[in-house]
Design a binder for this molecule. Structure first.
Ligand code: 13P
Length: 280
């Protein structure tokens, strides 16, 4: 069932678990993710990011997400990840996303507040919810980003939430997008500071490759949504590699099923780790 983003996040925030938000780039990803959520009775968020549109177009993915959500027996939210402009966020809302992320993290604070507020106004006008970002989550493949990463400051996060009215805030606490060169050490002390000042669900981006201990510490300290993209791509690629190497007569349909199964396995692993199993 399609359920509002803020309702899914509110339950996770109150009960101290996190909901996985999985970047789905194909029907195999969608099917595997929904099968995992239904089997483990977990809420789930399906999302696609603007930088993924060249190979997973918004106009194709969102209708598929909505159909999958409506058919599902567990709560599902349909979300735009990292919308880079007001225009992209409006397009996603028009297609039926029930939440959008506006990513103004690289803007100066005041400009981020102003642009995020505009998207909040548009989203609220159509009954949708919004996530924004404060602090910079860099790219794990780019070593410079580890140095330049800007951690979220707790009192700025509080002011940002109050001034914009966002439903969820993505924070930077040492997390990076993509495949990590080494397992990152998240700054859980900083997370606790942010959580103690902000009574709003927090979001952890760059979920792939984080240690199990850090994932749990996040879920228990105000992080109600964890984004996972790269891990699903790695799982599918490895499974296809193995299938092609071991099958005497490889065919496309079996290969698709291999991707669905690999996705289901990876999503199930994350759901258990985030403790969202049994919550739907
Ligand atoms: P990963 O690719 O590191 O899992 O990050 C996902 C993400 O944060 C998408 O917004």
């Amino acid at each position: 069932m399609l359920v509002p983003f803020r309702e899914i996040l509110a339950d996770a925030h109150q009960r101290g678990y996190a909901v996985g938000a999985f970047n789905c780039l194909s029907t195999e990803h969608i099917m595997g993710a929904i099968q995992a959520a239904e089997q483990l009775r977990s809420p789930i968020i399906l999302q696609v990011a603007e930088i993924q549109f060249p190979y997973a177009p918004l106009e194709l993915m969102v209708p598929a997400f909505i159909e999958a959500a409506q058919r599902a027996t567990v709560p599902v939210a349909v979300h735009l990840d990292h919308g880079l402009s007001f225009e992209t966020c409006i397009k996603a809302l028009r297609l039926g996303c029930n939440s959008v992320m506006f990513d103004g993290a690289s803007l100066p604070f005041e400009e981020n507040v102003n642009q995020t507020s505009l998207v909040v106004r548009a989203a609220k006008a159509v009954g949708a919810d919004i996530e924004a970002e404060l602090g910079h989550v860099g790219d794990a493949q780019c070593s410079a980003d580890i140095e330049n990463d800007i951690f979220t400051v707790a009192d700025e996060a509080k002011t940002f939430i109050e001034r914009t009215g966002v439903d969820a805030l993505a924070i930077a606490i040492g997390n990076l997008h993509g495949k990590y060169i080494a397992t990152p050490q998240l700054n859980i002390t900083r997370l606790k500071e942010i959580n103690s000042l902000c009574n709003t669900p927090l979001v952890l981006h760059g979920g792939s490759g984080t240690s199990e201990e850090d994932f749990k510490a996040c879920a228990h300290n105000g992080v109600a949504k964890i984004n996972v993209a790269t891990a699903l791509q790695i799982a599918a690629t490895k499974a296809v590699e193995n299938y092609l190497a071991t099958s005497a007569t490889p065919n496309y349909i079996d290969m698709k099923n291999v991707i669905v199964e690999a996705t289901k396995e990876s999503v199930s692993w994350h759901i258990r780790l985030f403790e969202s199993d049994g919550k739907a």
